[in-house]
Each structure stands twice: as C-alpha cells, then as structure tokens.
Design a protein around this ligand. Structure first.
Ligand SMILES: Cc1ncc(COP(=O)(O)O)c(C=O)c1O
Length: 457
C-alpha cells in the first residue's frame, strides 16, 4: 500500500523565499509474494533467475516477480503496477502484448508451434528485413542475439581466412566465448572481468579498444597485419550504459576495415528497428558488411538474425561450407510476432513519435537531477535513452564507470517505490515504446524529481 506525505518546503531562490509542497511517497512497496517466489527460485535456478541482468545485484534488494504486462505497464504478483522502461530488454517497442501481435499469434498457433521445415512466413520476414536494413541482402534466422553474433563471428573468420576480431570495451555481443572480454552489461554489473570457463586460447584472438577511439583501432590493425577478420560493435552502445558514436567514428571504422581487407559488423541486436526502421546504419548513413539483429525482430518471441552481402552470406550452410543450424530457427510463431511488429513500426510517423516521447523523458530526467543539484549526463536516439550520474560527456566504458553507482542504486529503489521500473544497472540503456504516452512520461519525470530529492545529500 502506498502512503503519501505532503511536506511544506521553504527555500531561498536567488531573490525570493519560495514555498512549495512536495509530495513524498513514504512506504516500501508491498512485495511479499515476490520475495517468497524469488526466495524459492534461488534454490531452483542459479541466482534465482534465467538471465543474470534480471537480478538486482548492483542496485540492492531482490528482483520483482512479474505477473503480466500490457502496453507501457508491468504488474507484479503482489498487484503493484509499474511504468516499464525495460520493455523485456528491447523487444516491446510497440508496447507489451500489442493486440494486433496477440491476434496474429493466436491465429498462427492454430497451425502449430514449430514446423522444422520451410515456411512462407520466413520469406516474408526475410523480405522485410532485407528491404529495411541497408547492409542486408540475405539473412539467416536464429533464436537469439547471442546465436546471431556467434554465427557472424564464424562467418567473418571463414570469409577473410583470419582469426582475430576487434571489439570495444563495454560492448556486449552475447555470451559466446570469444566475446566475453570487456563485455559490459551483465558481466560488468556483476564485476566479472571475464568468465571462468572461457579458454585463454579463445580470447587471445579478441582484441579490444576503447569505444570512440579510432587511433586505438588503427594501432591494432598496424600491430596485427593481415590477421584481423573484422571489427564488431554496437553502433550505439547500450550495454555500457547509453553511449553514442562521436561524429566520424563509424565512418572511420568503415574506412579502416575496408583499407585492411577486414569486415565491418554492426551488432544491431539492440538498435535494429529501434533507432530507425533501418537501424543505426540507416540513421548514421554508414553501411557495414554484416549485421546482427534480435530483440525487436522477434516482437517478444525468440528471434535473432544475421545478414549482409550475398557474396558473404552465401558461404553459410547449406549453400556454402560454414556450418550453422537451429531446430527452432524460423519457427512460425516467432516469425509471426516479428512480421506483425515490423508492420506496426513501418507505419507513418512511428519513429517521430518514439523520438518525441523519449526526448521529453530524458530532458525531464536531466532537468529533475539539475533541480536537485545532482550531476547527470544523458541523451537519447529515438526510442533508446540513458543517463549517468556524473559529469559528461561519457564517450567510452571507462568514463561510464565514473557514474555514481551507489547513488544509482538508491535512485533505482526510490523509483520502484513510485512505480517506475528502470533497468537494475547503470550499465544498461532504457527503452520506450509506442505505448508510452505523455501522461506516463510526465508521471515518470515527477517520480524522478521526487526520487532525486529523496536521495540527495
Ligand atoms: C548488442 C547486443 N548483442 C547481443 C545480445 C545478445 O542477445 P540475446 O540476449 O538475445 O542472446 C544483446 C543482448 O542484450 C545485445 O544487447
């Protein structure tokens, strides 16, 4: 149950004595059932979760157990409602459980859940992806972003005949061995520099550079002549918190990879169909050789994909020798949710709306922090946003780590009390959806204002 306290506040402006009422939410959420279920879960599953970022390790407390989601909202099993800015970590860009996606799925399920054989829906989603994403001439569907990145790496090596790959500190490309080096997000949140079980011989081929640092990439190329298969990156980082590419960075990588006979790969698992219909590559006008996709293209069901030039993609089995397969890949339910989601996103004005809502949100958050004299830097591109509790700019993962983690933890807890569900880590981006209206955004900003007020010293 939520209690409200009205506090009469007197403060000096430059010239005036200002009087105001502040509404403070005082209680702790009633999450008894969540606590019970999570406590049982910890005996059943490692850490009580199916994926580490769902735990609240870096913000304190226990995760909330969800009962259902709809539009911009999530309800926990104790009946509390939250405005959700995680959106299932990206897929819910049209809003949770969009009625058209649900209806399409209900119709599709009547025909069966998995064929293990070609289906016409795969052609349809493939055509949509190829039409939308500039670099993609041919696509292979898989079941997750991790699978897509893992497969693209094998393809990069096979096509170039080279073993090394360059990735950036704080970029996450799923949990395949070779990518678990300076992998941001969950790995950073849990303070694991690397993961046990990843052979050193594997990661020896993974070279890393700070994001937004072209000189460091140049140096790696000159130190490893004819050995680097390619450069893979998040064209806008979401897994080290929200970090944008500086002007010239993506263009510079395009030139460097071409000069060195290497491939440029954009991991658009997070940015694909979120930043614009054609992804970050369309937004920034830089076309990579290969692209990985996930999240939004599955519309909430498990889908990943990788695609690129026909010449490269034709090396994939069975048209070429590079083996990659999947029992449930391209299954009709996942394809249906993806198709319907892309149809909704393709409508006129979608991305303008997403951008307007998200800009309103981040501007409000920054203003709220400033009102309370809390250092903040942040921004958004379309429906992806983020902020760090430190002075900006933040251009790479090292700078992201200057964020005040303790303060973020307190902020996270205060926001939860006020019914706002933010990613439980400062090293994650936030996501809005077409279902977030100005009303929810303004309520969220008000909650930020109150929360900043509650946590400031
Ligand atoms: C940029 C990026 N690549 C790859 C992945 C891995 O995707 P999945 O969790 O579907 O395996 C993620 C997941 O968050 C991601 O953000």
């Amino acid at each position: 149950m939520t209690k409200f306290l009205l506090i009469y506040k007197l403060e000096h402006d430059k010239f005036f004595l200002k009087a105001s009422f502040i509404l403070i939410v005082t209680d702790i959420l009633n999450c008894n059932q969540s606590e019970e279920v999570f406590s049982a879960a910890q005996e059943l599953m490692p850490g009580g979760v199916s994926s580490p970022v769902r735990a609240f390790k870096s913000v304190g407390g226990n995760p909330i157990v969800f009962d259902r989601v709809k539009g911009p909202f999530a309800w926990d099993i104790d009946g509390n409602r939250y405005i959700d800015y995680i959106g299932s970590w990206g897929p819910a860009i049209c809003g949770h459980a969009h009625p058209e996606v649900i209806t399409a799925l209900q119709e599709a399920i009547e025909k069966g859940t998995s064929f293990g054989a070609p289906c016409v829906l795969e052609n349809k989603l493939a055509e949509m992806v190829i039409d939308a994403v500039p670099s993609v001439e041919m696509v292979r569907f898989v079941n997750s972003g991790t699978e897509a990145c893992m497969a693209v790496l094998r393809l990069m090596r096979a096509f170039t005949g080279r073993d090394k790959v360059i990735k950036f500190d704080g970029c996450y490309h799923g949990h395949a061995d070779m990518f678990l080096v300076k992998a941001g997000s969950g790995v950073a949140t849990l303070g694991l520099p690397d993961s046990p079980g990843v052979p050193r011989t594997t990661t020896a081929n993974t070279l890393t550079a700070p994001y937004n640092d072209l000189e460091a990439v140049k140096k790696l190329f000159s130190e490893n002549p004819d050995a680097i298969s390619g450069v893979i990156l998040e064209p806008i980082v979401g897994n080290a918190g929200f970090i944008t590419p500086e002007p010239g960075f993506l263009e510079g990588l395009r030139e460097l990879t071409t000069e060195n006979g290497s491939l440029l790969v954009f991991d658009e698992v997070m940015t694909g169909f979120r930043i614009s219909y054609g992804g970050a590559q369309e937004k920034f006008g830089v076309t990579p050789d290969l692209t990985t996709l996930g999240k939004v293209i599955g519309g909430g069901l498990p889908v990943g994909a990788y695609g690129g030039k026909k010449e490269i993609m034709s090396m994939i089995s069975p048209s070429g020798p590079v083996y990659q397969a999947g029992t449930l890949s391209g299954n009709p339910l996942a394809m249906t949710a993806g198709i319907k989601t892309l149809e909704l996103l393709k409508q006129e004005g979608t991305y303008e709306k997403l951008d307007a809502i998200t800009s309103r949100l981040i501007e409000g958050i920054i203003q709220a922090a400033e009102n309370n004299s809390i250092a903040i830097t942040g921004g958004n591109v379309s429906a992806m946003f983020g902020f760090f509790l430190c002075n900006g700019p933040v251009r790479n993962f090292d700078e992201a780590k200057t964020n005040d983690a303790e303060l973020f933890g307190k902020l996270h807890r205060e926001m939860l009390k006020r019914g706002i569900y933010l990613a439980p880590s400062p090293f994650e981006a936030g996501f809005t959806s077409l279902a977030h209206s100005e009303e929810e955004i303004d309520k969220t900003i008000e909650a930020f204002d109150q929360s900043f007020n509650a946590i400031k010293n």
